[in-house]
Ligand binder design. Sequence first.
Ligand code: SAM
Length: 216
Amino acid sequence: MLLEEIIDMDTEKKSEGEKINSPEFWDLAYSKAKPRFDHGQVLPAVKRYFSQPDIDKSVNILIPGAGNAYEAEFLHQQGYKNVYVVDFAPTPIANFRHRVASFPYERVMKVDFFELADITPDFKHKFDYIIEKAFFCAITPDLRKKYVNTMYHLLKHKGVLFGIFVIEESASDQESYLYPPYTCTFEDYKALFMSQFNIKVLGKKDANCLIKIQKF
Ligand SMILES: C[S@@+](CC[C@H](N)C(=O)[O-])C[C@H]1O[C@@H](n2cnc3c(N)ncnc32)[C@H](O)[C@@H]1O
């Protein structure tokens, strides 16, 4: 089912943005067949990076907007002890708990990412790594600054947000985007992050960019 069809099925009188930024919208996407955005596999860059033998297995890792969270399953299998999965939609959270039954229950959190810091004050400056995959592009553009500030709040000094960000070649391509994925140009990413983070492109395949964003 297309995201546009899911929107049409929602009869509540909410603005389009409110509908898209809701657990109901995403839950419906997960409950219908296999969602198009769910590739069913671990991001290869995450596999490569966290397979390095010198990485301390006790680092704190957060995966927000995790969906079915294949990366969390991989990290758990690799022996990483402090991995946290966050998504506000019940279906992917239930899928993950069922699929990876040995994963610590309390580290799989059905919460709104933007409320995470308030709900769990001890998460302030806790994380060494935050993994991004198709979460930034799932939120409406008006939440981007909040995304950046929340990441800043959650990451340690020198902590790293890294993963795949979708990049548009030109700003004009974005004008007609009513539904996710909401993408932006590299210049837009730089403008959003550069006052608080160093931002570096590590690789690029088509529109998908592997980006490392490190807190000052
Ligand atoms: C496009 S999916 C990507 C899921 C997963 N990262 C992947 O790559 O398959 C976007 C995910 O973000 C979640 N999400 C969107 N807004 C959220 C929010 N404010 N808090 C927590 N999760 C959110 C949705 O429920 C959905 O699982």
